[in-house]
Ligand binder design. Structure first.
Ligand code: AMP
Ligand code: ZN
Length: 111
């Protein structure tokens, strides 16, 4: 997907501040951070939104959960706490239609 900004980050066409990567996922700093730690975790596969997850993605979903766990520790927020969220669709304000998890922390986040 050449018109997808996160696919272009994955293929290296657009630069990003990458903090973690493996064969299935890539994680990089959000360009407009809402907290001192604001990381986006994306699957290398172009999956437009949470709605598009299928049974065949079960292993990937578990992989992303554990990657987020690891990234939280590496970013130093495992003990202080963090929030993981996914925006899905217009009412959630999803802007980029390539599935991504936000990992936020480094300050009290409120409710
Ligand atoms: P959303 O789709 O609402 O979950 O938000 C997309 C997020 O991607 C926003 O927090 C943006 O700041 C972030 N974003 C957009 N373009 C880039 C980019 N080139 N590098 C890093 N983060 C980005
Ligand atoms: Zn994409």
């Amino acid at each position: 997907m050449t018109d997808c900004i996160f696919c272009r980050i994955i293929d290296g066409t657009i630069p990003a501040d990458v903090v973690y990567q493996d064969e299935k996922v890539l994680a990089f700093k959000d360009i407009k951070p809402a907290a001192p730690v604001h990381i986006l975790l994306v699957p290398r596969e172009h999956i437009p939104s949470y709605n598009d997850l299928e049974a065949r993605h079960s292993e990937l979903i578990g992989h992303m959960a554990l990657a987020l766990n690891k990234i939280a520790a590496e970013q130093g927020v495992a003990e202080t706490g963090y929030r993981i969220l996914v925006n899905c669709g217009p009412d959630a304000g999803q802007i980029v239609y390539h599935l991504h998890y936000h990992l936020l922390g480094g300050k009290p986040l409120g409710s």
